[in-house]
Structure formats: C-alpha cells, structure tokens
Write a protein that binds this ligand. Structure first.
Ligand code: MN
Length: 170
C-alpha cells in the first residue's frame, strides 16, 4: 500500500516538474523573441527593418505590408514603428498619404502649423505636396500604418531632418 502511494507521489512529482520546466521553457522562448525583436510592441505585424538615417532621425523601423506590384503600383502600404524621439524628416507625398495610428503617442506636423498629437485610433489625412513630418513623442513610442499613393514610381520626396529646436518646442 505504502509502496503504491510512494510510486503515485513520484509520478505526480515528475509530472509537476515537467509541467513547470516546460512552462519555463515557453517563457524563455517568448523572452528571447522579445529580446531579438528588441521591442515591447503589441503589434500583430513584424517590426521590420531599421529605417535609413537619410530619412529618419532616431530609432525607426519600417515593415512593408503590400508589394506595390500587387496593387498596380498605385499604393505603398507599410507599418512604421518609431521608438521614443524617433521621427521622419520633413517630406511631401506626390498624391497624399493616410496614417492610421495603432500604438503609443506621437506627433504630426505640417510646416507652419501647430503639431497635432497622435494616439491609437488617430487617422491623419495628408494632402498632396504638403510639407510635414510624423514621429514618436519624447517619452513614448508610436506605431502607425501608412498608406501612400505612388506617382511616377515615388511615394515620397524627402527633405531636411526635423531640428531639435522644432521638436523640443512641442
Ligand atoms: Mn508622411
């Protein structure tokens, strides 16, 4: 009788050990993935590649979502992740652009106008050829989906970086 109980206890102990170990392994895997992605983003989409410092200031990641050739070369659709302080250069779009903010806090500013705050759910409609920039707040990341029309194989004309003076004044 005692032997039977002991055997049962050992089986239970082994099972529990396995369950805890497996659970720990799962946690470790997701931690590793988080470290590899270096992000706490809750986006269901990949963060993508680091954006060029020719076009962005700070830590910005760009993930293309639709190949333009799949939609007659008419649109560019992508997710942009701005870490705190990350932002685009000033730029224009030949036809226009729509931004759908999905995470965090940031700013959208047209030249000569006050900056507008961006929060999850904000939709920004940017007219063609209007000089502007978008990016994260100083103390928060910001993620948006950007849909841009393409004209003559180009969706954007890049201009100068946003200066610290322009950004710090916000
Ligand atoms: Mn833009």
């Amino acid at each position: 009788m005692n032997k039977k109980i002991n055997t049962t206890l050992i089986i239970c102990a082994v099972f529990l050990f396995c369950a805890v170990s497996c659970n720990n392994n799962n946690n470790q895997t997701s931690e590793n993935m988080e470290t590899e992605n270096n992000t706490n983003s809750t986006s269901v989409l990949p963060r993508g590649e680091r954006g060029s410092s020719d076009w962005f200031t700070g830590e910005v990641y760009v993930q293309g979502l639709v190949k333009p050739e799949e939609i007659e070369g008419l649109y560019s659709v992508g997710q942009v992740t701005f870490e705190p302080g990350g932002k685009t250069n000033w730029h224009t779009h030949p036809i226009g652009q729509v931004l759908l903010v999905t995470e965090g806090k940031g700013w959208y500013q047209e030249r000569g106008k006050p900056a507008q705050p961006l929060t999850p759910g904000t939709v920004v409609t940017i007219p063609k050829d209007v000089e502007h920039w978008h990016g994260a707040a100083k103390d928060s990341k910001m993620v948006h989906i950007a849909i841009s029309n393409i004209q003559d194989s180009s969706a954007v004309t890049w201009l100068n970086p946003v200066t610290d003076e322009e950004y710090n004044d916000l």
